[in-house]
Design a protein around this ligand. Structure first.
Ligand code: NAP
Length: 350
């Protein structure tokens, strides 16, 4: 049996950090050996630091609960991978420091997503973007940074990717209904969101409109070529706990039949041969029922790693419309980052 790759979790006490700790428990390739957060948490045991704010229904894994939380400094952690769920206010410089120290930084934060040499990775959709890491050697030597997309972008991008690869997506109009956990903990005040919908999430629409172009674009060998896709996003916070639901209208660059779109989703299994532990068997799952997908019922499809699509129908404005659901802290954050790290390992980057 080969030894597991030692990992640190940066921002381990937050909503995404907790998901990392949960999803990495018993992982066949990776093992959490260090947990890091702000100086407010540093020095306490992990169990003590998250006391009263561990918000997952599973217990804190025993091997992590007793670890002492450290500040986010790369020295002496003895890890190869740094999974980052850091607050975006501090993630940029800390992640660079870890990459310069030789870590493979696999991040959820927005800070490096649009860097010219950083893959905005969705393994099923744009594995070829990993080649951009060669450009990072100048900055980081043996270290590297790979990011995953914003939690509302990833569901839309996964549903569109197989269609874009076959026919080209031209225009997208998306309206989101985003869960409260997307804002971290304690996040949105209950008095703001209970019995309410907030039609604004700072920075979210811009992220959806720009990140999708990079994800669906190409790596030319020296630079990312953004996909010529126009996205218009309207983002809303709704009182669900987990799972972002989106109404997506889109136009394709070819005339296709509904059954061809369904077939494109059904047969799209680009990672199958790699057998990555976190890759869902079916990345895009289609539900035929008229009232699906729903956050409470469908967010754990594929262990929270599949995107669930339903209600594909003709749209008088753009040609097609559908409902898309993805789990924001699993496929939209920690689970996506772990899948990214698995791809890095499978392709020899670790
Ligand atoms: P969160 O619950 O607020 O957690 C933030 C984490 O950052 C905590 O561990 C916190 O440690 C740490 N931190 C804050 N200030 C720090 C500092 N000065 N130095 C070191 N560590 C510091 O936020 P979250 O929802 O988990 O989000 C984390 C990141 O992932 C954000 O960049 C967010 O945009 C992104 N993201 C979130 C989601 C989601 O669904 N929630 C999805 C995709 C991406 P302390 O506990 O010690 O303060």
């Amino acid at each position: 049996m080969t030894a597991k790759i030692p990992c640190a979790v940066l921002g381990a006490t937050g909503a995404v950090g907790q998901r990392f700790i949960q999803l990495l428990e018993g992982h066949p390739w990776f093992e959490v050996v260090a947990v890091c957060a702000s100086e407010r948490s540093a020095g306490q045991s992990y169990s003590g630091a998250v006391d009263g704010r561990w918000k997952l229904p599973t217990r804190i894994p025993e091997n992590v609960g007793g670890l002492t939380v450290k500040e986010c400094k790369p020295a002496d952690l003895n890890a190869r991978i740094a999974f980052s769920g850091l607050d975006a206010g501090v993630a940029g410089s800390i992640e660079e420091e870890f990459a310069r120290a030789g870590y493979a930084v696999v991040s959820n934060s927005r800070n490096h997503r649009m860097d010219a040499d950083v893959p905005l990775l969705v393994p099923e959709a744009n594995e070829s973007h990993l080649k951009a890491i060669e450009l990072q050697r100048k900055r980081f030597g043996r270290g590297l940074i790979v990011t995953d997309p914003n939690c509302s972008t990833i569901g839309m991008a996964l549903a569109l990717a197989p269609l874009h690869q076959k026919w080209g997506v031209e225009k997208v109009g998306v309206v989101t209904m985003q869960a409260i956990s997307g804002a971290g903990y304690p996040g949105v005040a209950s008095l703001d969101v209970v019995d309410n919908v907030v039609p604004y999430i700072a920075g979210e629409e811009e992220k959806m409109e720009t990140e999708a172009k990079k994800i669906l674009g190409k790596w030319s060998g020296t630079a990312f070529e953004f996909a010529p896709v126009t996205v218009s996003a309207s983002c809303n916070r709704v009182p669900t706990v987990d799972g972002h639901l989106e109404s997506v209208s889109f136009s394709l660059r070819a005339q296709v039949e509904r059954e061809e779109i369904m077939e494109a989703w059904r047969t799209w299994k680009p990672l199958k041969a790699l057998k990555l532990p976190s890759a869902p068997e079916q990345p895009v799952v289609y539900r035929e029922e008229a009232d699906r997908p729903q956050p409470r019922l469908d967010r754990m499809e594929g262990h929270g790693m599949s995107v669930v699509v339903g209600r594909l129908r003709e749209c008088p404005l753009l040609g097609w419309k559908m409902s898309v659901l993805s789990h924001n802290t699993i496929r939209g954050a920690a689970g996506a980052a772990i899948l990214n790290a698995e791809l890095l390992k499978a392709r020899g980057y670790l």
